[in-house]
Design a protein around this ligand. Structure first.
Ligand code: NAD
Length: 409
């Protein structure tokens, strides 16, 4: 496999953790492999004729529970990326100790070019074709880039037609349709809380700390809002339409509801990628993978990088940033509020008992703090960076579940 494989990049992390923990190499081989991969075709009837799209569901691991992971609609989705994201879900759910394995889905399509009715047809077809591998105790999808609560509502409806009423079959649903109050903001809220905890841990002030964020979708938007609520100063933000910069701080509340940042009237425009190179205390990539790589690692001027997106930093760039003294909080910890929130939604659906948003937020904050503290403890014990520490915790838990279940016999 080429060194450009995102999946191989994750597996390098797993093998390193396995070596540190002295885990049998056969076990490491077994837990890095994907349990099941399904590739489907989705014929989409459009005005211009039929487009045949490629769809995926990769189930990486069920060692610790039903597989869990989002569905991405993006033009760059391919099998390698879905494998990488599915495996990250395995390590993330293990790190935060929720009873799930890992999975990911995707469709290779630019979601911004789909009409709502086309998007509905794509997700319904995806669900129908994959129905035999889905379900509340098998594999539970959620939103990711290019999909949202409405997409999950269509998925739930299609699932109900085929299998009967089971709202726990998918998470990230609208609050009016068995969704959980707090889930939509959960990823961004968690990222912002982790940013604040990182500043405190390093004896920096949260109030007035400068923040730059790439992405103004589900994750970036709520991250920015909660950073502002916690007293940080968001000085730069970008989305696919470009970026804005304001040394004194951008009022995120005022722009929260715009669809694209190009709609914001300001003179201080920067390029979508320039936001990564802004001088700031905290940099939060919260859009695409691989955006910090060998070509721009040297230009990063932040003191801390909090990974809101999955795999925003390549392994080579990660090494470079570490040697530059930049502290990185890895994706499987920093953005784990999303799957933590999904876990809360799933348990509420199963019990048919809903929580208040206050209870949701408190549970989320408490459990994120526990995970953060644990990763720091392990980093100190093994004298390793936070990413290696997070993988040590996750790989330790998955390998022992795998071994104790008797999968080797
Ligand atoms: P989204 O589709 O809601 O938003 C994506 C954002 O990225 C948009 O603002 C888009 O304009 C921006 N973007 C796209 N291309 C860009 C570019 N070239 N430059 C700058 N900005 C660009 O997606 P999301 O759900 O917010 O997911 C973002 C990242 O967070 C992904 O890596 C995803 O895997 C990860 N993540 C999401 C969740 C979740 O709960 N949604 C949870 C954990 C991790």
């Amino acid at each position: 496999m080429s060194s450009h494989s995102a999946y191989e990049e994750v597996n390098q992390r797993v093998r390193l953790a396995g070596e540190i923990l002295n885990i049998d190499s056969g076990v490491i081989q077994a837990i890095t492999a994907c349990e099941r991969e399904v590739v489907i075709s989705i014929p989409l009837h459009r005005e211009s004729g039929i487009d045949v799209l490629s769809g995926y569901r990769v189930q990486h691991s069920s060692a610790r529970g039903p597989r869990k992971g989002g569905i991405r609609f993006h033009q760059d989705v391919d099998l390698d990326e879905v494998r990488a994201l599915a495996s990250l879900m395995t390590w993330k759910t293990a790190l935060i100790d929720v009873p799930f394995g890992g999975a990911k889905g995707g469709v290779t399509v630019d979601s911004s070019k789909l009409l709502p009715i086309e998007k509905e047809e794509v997700i319904r077809r995806w669900t129908r074709t994959l129905i035999h591998v889905l379900g509340p105790n098998r594999d539970i999808p959620a939103p990711d880039m290019g999909t949202d609560a409405q997409t999950m509502a269509w998925l739930m409806d299609e699932f109900h037609r085929l299998e009967g009423f089971q709202p726990a079959c998918v998470t990230g649903k609208p609050v009016g349709l068995f969704g959980a109050a707090g889930r939509e903001e959960a990823t961004g809220r968690g990222v912002a809380q982790i940013a604040a905890a990182t500043l405190k841990e390093n004896d920096r002030k949260v109030k007035g700390a400068t923040v730059a964020i790439q992405g103004f979708g589900n994750v970036g938007r709520y991250t920015a809002l909660v950073c502002q609520e916690l007293g940080m100063n968001v000085i730069a933000i970008s989305d696919v339409t470009g970026g804005i910069f304001n040394k004194k701080g951008i009022d995120i509340k005022a722009i929260f509801d715009v669809k694209n940042l190009s709609e914001v009237s300001t003179d201080e425009r920067i390029g979508a990628a320039d936001v990564l190179e802004v001088e700031c205390d905290v940099l939060i990539p919260a859009a695409l993978g691989g955006v910090i790589n060998e070509s721009n690692a040297e230009k990063i001027k932040a003191e801390f990088v909090i990974e809101g997106a999955n795999q925003p930093i390549t392994n080579a760039a990660d090494q470079r940033l570490n040697s530059m003294g930049i502290m990185i909080v890895p994706d499987i910890l920093a953005n784990s509020g999303g799957v933590m929130g999904s876990y809360f939604e799933w348990t509420q659906n199963i019990q048919q008992f809903s929580w208040s948003i206050e209870k949701f937020r408190k549970e989320l904050d408490d459990r994120m703090e526990q995970a953060f503290t644990n990763v720091h403890k392990v980093a100190k014990k093994h004298k390793v960076d936070l990413r290696t520490a997070a993988f040590i915790v996750a790989v330790g838990r998955v390998s022992s579940a795998f071994s104790v279940r008797g999968s080797l016999v």
